[in-house]
Design a protein around this ligand. Structure first.
Ligand SMILES: [Zn+2]
Length: 588
């Protein structure tokens, strides 16, 4: 089984820009030399996730996760190391020769990713090649979908056939069972058949752009259901994906405002009119995970749901996760009998954005749609509102929500104020405990020395000449030292980002990124390293001498004089070593 050569991996890693890659998933802001953002690996509302462009590493001060560009992708996209390397290579237009393909080594996720990629391309080509008067082209024409939109979203066509995709896949050597697993085929009593037939296909992409699932819209009214979604698979978790997020990323970063719509066609209709900062739910209620995902890209969420009963119910349910994720939340009220697509087509993008600008507050929305006749219902609304405001951690948002609620429901005045003053009103971010307790003096020396070793080759070589891994007491530091030494002797370049690739256990990687992020660099690095080395050596000498002295005492009791003489000689030797060591420390 061929492996990707170390030099190629080094070259790919050194050309990658971690800020660029991480920015696909996290909105980063410059903070000094580093970039900061909300951690994608734990739930937080104030940024503790830091990316260091100089070192090409990331580290989270909240949950402790850290690593390089490859580990980020492995962790975030749940892919193998090889997949992560390939992903970066593709971004950089670096070709990895086919001889290094690891066909048999592919994980299930890798195989599924290949199948969905194949299917997406297959459906897309079917649409591009469909004749002008085909049923799918007549449909895209009627819905006003331009060629540009078709291509940006990779829209596709599943023809009216039971085995069009299955046959094409078989010709490519793709197993039907994989298509079933990916939700693209179904197994009946007699045979396996294509799940999507006679439908316009919407490939559902992860924030990285990778296709993970599919939605399909029926092309004729008699076909049911109108919308069909591929089932969940190891790479497709509906609660964690938002349709259109990949295409909306830039717009969201620029404007910080995200429109949340219900359906694929709502989103495409808006996109067609130049409104690019929208995402759509793929036939599910908005989940907490989706809200948190959005909070990484924008600060304000505008819910744009249909004005029918189902739409109002869905809006009601979507408010809480959005507020909880820290997004400033507004509700766009469409006039009756409109959906976002029909409204923007009739009133144009400016007309639509006017509607967005005059969006309802949460209190207004609830006041408008709740049945406030009975006092029980009123209480219910008050309780819901109070609870929402209580859950808002952003103090400015909180105050504004409260004012709006009191304006809409004067009866809430005073009540809210006292409710919100009660204990536990503001939930603080829970920080994960540090990876270790506060280090004592010796551990501090080891820690600082390891930090310096990670800083550059020269110091690592200095340490290698003077110490051995076992001179380090802390097991994690010892492990890192071992890795550093191995890297010094290996073929790869000696840098932190490269070191991280050689680590099996990620606790060491976390420690490495934590150390580097905590490093103050400063001056006289080499002198500092020399001082630490001497201190560690001295410490180990003292330990050896103490052990030896114990033995000597035992020997004196036992009266074994020849052994005693040897031991005394060794002791004097150690004493001499210590003297030399201290002289060199003073620079004598
Ligand atoms: Zn974190």
């Amino acid at each position: 089984m061929a492996r990707i050569p170390e030099e190629l991996i080094d070259s790919i890693r050194s050309q990658a820009d971690i800020v660029d890659v991480v920015s696909d998933y996290v909105t980063l802001r410059k903070a000094g030399k580093n970039y900061k953002g909300l951690c994608p690996f734990h739930d937080e509302k104030t940024p503790s996730f830091s990316v260091n462009p100089e070192r090409q590493i990331y580290h989270c001060f909240g949950c402790g996760k850290g690593g390089n560009v490859f580990s980020f992708l492995m962790e975030h996209e749940n892919v193998t190391f090889v997949e992560a390397v390939r992903h970066i290579a593709r971004r950089l237009n670096i070709t990895i020769p086919d001889t290094y393909r690891q066909r048999e080594a592919g994980s299930e996720a890798e195989s599924l990713a290949q199948v969905t990629r194949f299917a997406a391309r297959f459906f897309h080509e079917r649409l591009l090649n469909a004749g002008r008067d085909s049923i799918v082209r007549r449909y895209t024409e009627r819905r006003g979908l331009s060629e540009e939109t078709v291509k940006s979203f990779g829209l596709g066509y599943a023809p009216d056939s039971w085995n069009d995709l299955l046959n094409a896949a078989r010709n490519q050597g793709i197993d039907a069972a994989l298509l079933v697993k990916a939700g693209l085929a179904k197994t009946g009593e007699q045979r396996t058949y294509d799940a999507f037939r006679k439908r316009l296909i919407f490939p559902i992409q992860a924030p990285s752009g990778r296709v993970v699932g599919f939605g399909g819209r029926a092309l004729s009214d008699e076909d049911q259901p109108k919308y069909l979604n591929s089932s969940e698979s190891p790479i497709y978790r509906k609660s964690q994906v938002l349709y259109g997020l990949y295409q909306a990323r830039d717009a969201l970063r620029q404007r910080g405002r995200v429109l949340v719509v219900e359906g694929y066609m709502d989103l495409l209709g808006l996109y067609e009119q130049g409104i690019h900062g929208a995402v759509a739910l793929c036939g599910t209620a908005l989940t907490r995970e989706q809200a948190r995902l959005l909070a990484r890209y924008g600060q304000q969420a505008f819910l744009v749901y249909d004005s029918d009963q189902a739409g109002v119910r869905a809006t009601w349910r979507a408010i809480e996760p959005l507020v909880e994720s820290g997004l400033w939340t507004r509700i766009v009220r469409l006039p009756e009998d409109y959906d976002p697509d029909s409204y923007v087509r009739e009133h144009g993008p400016d007309g639509f954005m006017k509607l967005v600008d005059s969006a309802d507050s949460i209190a207004d929305f609830m006041g408008h749609h709740a049945n406030l006749q009975g006092s029980g219902d009123r209480e219910e609304v008050f309780r819901t509102l109070t609870e929402l405001i209580r859950k808002t951690t952003n103090l400015v948002h909180r105050e504004t929500y409260r004012e709006e609620a009191e304006r809409r429901f004067p009866a809430l005045q005073g009540l809210l104020a006292s409710e919100l003053r009660s204990p536990g009103a503001v939930q603080r971010d829970r920080r994960a405990p540090r990876a270790e307790g506060a280090p004592d003096g010796d551990a501090m020396v080891e820690r600082d020395l390891v930090q310096l070793m990670l800083d550059g080759r020269a110091i690592a070589e200095l340490v290698e000449n003077q110490l051995e891994p076992r001179d380090f007491k802390h097991p994690l530091y010892r492990r890192i030292v071992e890795l550093c030494f191995a890297r010094l002797g290996g073929e790869g370049t000696y840098d932190l980002s490269g070191l991280i690739d050689t680590i099996g256990d990620d606790e060491a990687a976390r420690m490495m990124t934590e150390l580097i992020n905590a490093s103050d660099s400063g001056v006289n690095l080499e002198q500092r390293a020399r001082d630490h080395i001497i201190r560690i050596k001295q410490k180990r000498l003292k330990e050896s001498m103490a052990r030896l002295m114990e033995q000597i005492k035992q020997m004196e009791k036992g009266g074994r004089s020849d052994e005693l003489n040897d031991a005394m000689a060794t002791y004097m030797e150690l004493k001499q070593q210590e003297k030399v060591l201290l002289q060199s420390a003073r620079g004598d």
